[in-house]
Write a protein that binds this ligand. Sequence first.
Ligand SMILES: Cc1cc2nc3c(=O)[nH]c(=O)nc-3n(C[C@H](O)[C@H](O)[C@H](O)COP(=O)(O)O)c2cc1C
Length: 167
Amino acid sequence: MQKQVEYPEAIRTKYPEQVVIAIAKDKDGKANPITLGWTMIVSGSPPMMAIAVAKKHYSVEAITHSKCFTIAFPSSDMADAALFFGSRSGRKVDKFAEFDCATEPAKAIDSVLLADAVANFECELESQAPAGDHIIFTGRIVASHTSAEPKKRLYTIGPGHKLGPAS
Ligand SMILES: Cc1cc2nc3c(=O)[nH]c(=O)nc-3n(C[C@H](O)[C@H](O)[C@H](O)COP(=O)(O)O)c2cc1C
């Protein structure tokens, strides 16, 4: 049996929510990482993933400019990086210069990979669609990478950006 409640109360049941870090280069060639929870796989063949980015975020300019982006699955020990990249704007700071996070060049697109992530996906921008206060960017995956060592993914496990492994 269901009880009708307001949206904010119902959506508080969503945890754990996966965390990804998307990276796109801006017009000056600066790689800008953004932490995102609103993301999903949207096609299997060809493989595609989508991310929802708030219209006000600098990442919108970077992705629109470069027309490609990386989606990284951060590991459970990358919570500090995810919080840093998810609380500073690339409009004001060079996040990779200010936070020590190892990167590697992407192979098929002009972006970077997160060296310590569980996995990285190189995406070419397929489409973008407005969705309320966000823009949904869909990327076609043109190269994929996984960590050489086994790692656990990072999730938001509770309100207030409480991050950790899912279990
Ligand atoms: C755990 C976590 C999840 C987030 N999820 C999203 C999201 O799905 N979409 C979004 O637009 N911002 C999300 N944010 C906020 C952005 O990461 C944050 O505002 C960031 O500083 C924007 O960077 P930019 O201006 O360089 O693009 C999230 C932040 C955190 C910490």
